[in-house]
Design a protein around this ligand. Structure first.
Ligand code: ADP
Length: 640
């Protein structure tokens, strides 16, 4: 029996509350498209189970009518005149029907499995792709407060659990109903007195199963919680293996892993003890039922029904009774499992649909036109923004303009809000006040996709997808030719190192692939942007990870790339942006200085002093700026 454990801390609690009747939605929304498979599954289940029940009946007939010749040989629904009168022929006919019921049974078992599996697999597929698509459209803040593992668990565990319910759960439920109802009805029809005796253990089994579920449920929850902790510990240690070695903490970590593993062992053992007692217990109870039926039935056969009972029984019926009684117990014991599966499926459906119903998608009018870039003029008009409405604004009163083709640099301390400014241009978030416009069009009024299409974004961290270097460069420009890809790589100073990789452009990179250095990854990202040839370019510390020599080389190609297109560059190394048309100095979410390099130098503010430090003209920042930095740090630390 497989009960999986409960989920305790559910980050999707809110999402679950939003959902009404998730199982109904699962069937009407996703099951409907597969109704043929469902009907085949259900119909075949019924027929297959009825065929399963046939052989004991025929066995009873063979014993009573053919072997003992106590009763007349007759078959349900078949006129007696068509049946053979001779003993041998009757035996053959009975054997033939038994064989046919097994043969047909096999066919229906096959079509039953086909139906339920097809139904469940297709629903699972549609549900997973829908959930993924919905999820990737959600706002960035949805992702901000969730662990990747938690979202994976919806896309993977919850969807799988629904599949399991739709397949195993529905299958078991239909079997249980047919077996329990069918057998009970038949037993009562055959001999109600013995049926009562045979069904005596049923309430006992029900109580027993209920107790079992109540006992095992929290134990499984504990197993799940400890296995979660164990996995986190192992994962964390493996990622931090270098620190563990350099800090010489192997024995400490080995102890920690042993402790967590021991918790898991204990929790598991606790659950196992309960489980291994349950099944023999169930067997014992059903065995008692068997003995009772055997004794009472046997006495009825020999004509001495015990106590107040009066019925008599033929030997064939006696055998059929014994066999049916046995078949009755397991579906009964499964009842708990089915309920359990249903409850889990219900919770999973709530999470899946809750996620689908998550509000907080950036709004886009249905008839929003695509962004039409003419010159590439970008305008920030008194923009304020905060990631969380309860917090202080991250950006306040940001106003500036970049004419088409200009390069605007954003410099300033870490955490000042530079990246945030540019994320608003990509409409990763919506501004709280003010407006961001591209060629006069508010980014909120145009199709989101068209904005992202028009803007190339090279960030500090380059994510490489698992695939070839070629695929990674062409990511987003899927129709690029090989020549274009190589040309882009050349322009990004990446061609040479790519050719030196084991398989050149066909080398697999990303997780599980060849590891590239930070600088190499950045050059791939730059090649990606060059290939995309966007109207507006954002370089967010695009060359932070390369050495000065490579940076100079890349800078040359970047100069080409940025020459005629509106470019925003965030840089720590001021030398890389000194030629920008405008430099904005951002501090604490505000633009505190602005102008060209020369203008800013003569203004002798923060920029001029940072420049002097970086150029080696002065050893350290003047006290006034250091003081400001210290205050800023103190504020940020207090916020944390
Ligand atoms: P910069 O690019 O100048 O280093 P950022 O724009 O990355 O600064 O960050 C500005 C402020 O916003 C920082 O205080 C940072 O902690 C905060 N911040 C950045 N990204 C997020 C986010 N996704 N959610 C909440 N706060 C964020």
């Amino acid at each position: 029996m497989d009960f999986d454990a409960g989920s305790d801390d559910d980050v999707f609690e809110d999402a679950r509350d939003r959902v009404d009747r998730p199982m109904l939605r699962l069937f009407t929304g996703y099951g409907r498209g597969q109704w043929i498979a469902f009907v085949v599954g259900l119909f075949s289940s019924i027929v297959a189970r009825m065929l399963d029940l046939l052989p004991p009946l025929l066995l009873a007939l063979a014993i009573d009518a053919v072997i003992q010749q106590q009763t007349a040989y007759s078959l349900f629904l078949v006129p007696d005149s068509l049946l053979p009168g001779e003993q041998g022929a009757q035996l053959w006919l009975t054997a033939g029907i038994i064989a046919a019921s097994f043969g047909l049974g096999a066919v229906f078992h096959w079509s039953r499995n086909w139906g339920w599996n097809k139904f469940a697999q297709h629903v699972q597929h549609a549900l997973r792709t829908d959930t993924y698509e919905t999820m990737q459209r959600l706002n960035m803040d949805f992702f901000a407060d969730k662990q990747t593992g938690e979202m994976m668990s919806v896309l993977s565990n919850d969807v799988n659990r629904l599949e399991k319910f739709l397949n195993d759960g529905l299958n078991s439920a239909s079997r249980m109903i047919i077996m329990v109802v069918g057998i009970a009805a038949y037993l009562f029809y055959m001999n109600w007195q013995l049926a009562l005796v045979a069904l005596l253990p049923v309430p006992l089994i029900a109580v027993f199963t209920k107790r079992f579920i109540e006992t095992i449920q929290p134990k499984y929850a504990e197993v799940r919680s400890t296995v979660g902790k164990l996995n986190s510990r192992l994962e964390n240690n493996l990622s931090g293996i270098q620190i563990i070695k350099t800090a010489n903490t192997e024995p400490y970590e080995a102890d920690r892993v042993e402790d967590t593993s021991e918790d898991y062992l204990d929790a598991n053992w606790d659950a196992i003890e309960t489980r291994i007692t349950f099944f023999p217990g169930l067997r014992l109870v059903s065995g008692l039922g068997f003995v009772a039926t055997f004794v009472v039935g046997g006495l009825m056969v020999v004509g001495q029904p015990p106590g107040p009972l009066t019925a008599s029984l033929s030997p064939g019926q006696f055998v059929a009774f014994i066999i049916y009684t046995q078949r009755f117990v397991w579906p009964m014991a499964q009842f708990g499992q089915i309920i359990n599966m249903y409850q889990r499926a219900y919770a999973s459906a709530e999470r899946v649909f809750g996620l689908m119903d998550t509000p907080g998608r950036l709004e886009e009018a249905e008839d929003a036109p695509p962004l039409a870039v003419t010159e590439g003029r970008v305008e920030y008009d008194d923009v304020s923004f905060s990631y969380d409405s309860d917090d202080d604004p991250v950006l306040s009163d940001i106003s500036f303009e970049a004419d088409g083709g200009e390069t605007v640099a954003l410099v300033g301390p870490t955490g000042a809000g530079k990246s945030t400014v540019l994320k608003l241009l990509l409409r990763m978030y919506d501004v709280d006040a003010g407006a961001v416009r591209i060629d006069g069009q508010n980014v909120r009024d145009v199709q989101i996709q068209s904005i992202r299409r028009a803007i190339g974004y090279v960030s500090q961290e380059t994510f490489l997808f698992y695939g070839t270097v070629r695929e990674n460069i062409a990511y987003g420009t899927f129709d690029a030719t090989d020549e274009e890809i190589v040309a882009a790589a050349e322009a990004a100073e990446a061609d040479q190192f790519v050719r030196n990789l084991p398989d050149g452009y066909d080398t697999m990179v990303g997780e599980r692939g060849v590891k590239l250095s930070g600088g190499q990854r950045q050059r791939i990202a730059i090649a990606r942007a060059i290939l995309k040839d966007p109207e507006v370019l954002i370089l967010d510390e695009a060359t932070s990870d390369v050495d000065t020599e490579t940076e100079m080389l890349i800078q040359r190609s970047l100069d080409d790339l940025t020459a005629d297109r509106t470019t925003f560059a965030i840089a720590h190394r001021l030398s890389t942006v000194k030629d920008a048309d405008t430099i904005l100095v951002v501090e604490d979410g505000r633009i505190v200085e602005r102008g060209s390099h020369d203008e800013l130098l003569s203004a002798d503010g923060l920029y001029a002093n940072l420049w002097a430090v970086q150029a080696g003209e002065i050893d350290e920042l003047p006290a006034e700026f250091v003081e400001r930095a210290i205050q800023r740090r103190a504020r940020t630390d207090a916020d944390d």
